[in-house]
Design a protein around this ligand. Sequence first.
Ligand code: DCP
Ligand code: CA
Ligand code: CA
Length: 361
Amino acid sequence: MTRVVGHLDLDYFFAQVEEVHNPSLGGLPVLVCVYSGRTEDSGVVSTANYKAREFGIKSGMSIALAKKRLKGTDARFLQLHHEMYEDTSERIMSLLREETDAIEQTGIDEAFFDITGKSKNDFALAASTASEIKREVLRREKLTCSIGLGPNKVVAKLASDFRKPDGLTVVPPQSVRSFMDPMSVDRLYGVGTKSSALLKEKGITTISDLASADFPLLEGLFGRKIAVYFRDAANGVDDEPVREKSGITQLSRIITLKKDSQDLNVILMQLQPTFENLHGRVTERALVFKSISVIGILPDLSIRTRTKTLDKPTAQLSAIAENAPLLLESLLKECGELRRVGVKVADFDAKAQTSLAEFLR
Ligand code: DCP
Ligand code: CA
Ligand code: CA
């Protein structure tokens, strides 16, 4: 079945959020910097607005070099306000979730989305949905973004990158080959610097070169699985669904004891019911965990933990039910009375949920 997949990426994200919060920056080169604090200018540029980019400013460049390039201008060098960007990002992701069939966030300022159902598989209708999303982002957050539409994630990602800032690039199935063919291989989602260097050594520089490359040659360079992905992606073929990642790194449950206690059995009686509850949340999200911790909060509110790392990931209730009491016993030996106690699982095995393209990134 053909799909309609989009990719949205906010323009010069951190710097644009800063501009929204401080309109007096309008028109000036704006740089958001990560100061390392050693000397006044040590650190790197996180991102810069398009005015600053006219002077050759790039993400990752040293602040010292950026200052040199912007000498004589009225450029503003700002500090990071990460929480502000996180909050903005969260609101935009909820907006996108409201307007589409499914989303998959791939970074603080970008996400894939699926609008196959919503657009009834019609790219003209999909284009107006994408315009509507851009308008809503602008109306609610005063931010511009760039959107690409295509029949899959590989094409959508190339399309959102194609025209920036404030772009909308629509690539219906019949235009995929002519859109992708002339592009450099390193633009392809999943092709990193190492792979693209290897490919270039073999004379494979454009996506069209890769699409028609000798398959055994690719297999020799990257192994079968990756070679298949590269060949298909270069041909505009990609069946990876758009699916929301849990994004969770740990799950825990903490209770307050009826009375401060140091007695293993008394505490276990109250803690045991949380094992099943926690395990239920693990299963619900189809996660497998590799570590289990017991957390103790003392009457002075200081926190102690004991962690056990398993040999291999598991989703079994018994892994919690058997290890938590042992961890609790060891914790109690050290710290006396507890006020609150909890159990936590973490180190989820993400690979099961990651597509090959993301794995390669
Ligand atoms: N970022 C960073 N350091 C980097 C790259 C990015 O701190 N080397 C941060 C700042 C960016 C944000 O991540 O605002 C998003 O990164 P993008 O690559 O999407 O770049 P921008 O959104 O800044 O610019 P563009 O308009 O090209 O998307
Ligand atoms: Ca961006
Ligand atoms: Ca981005």
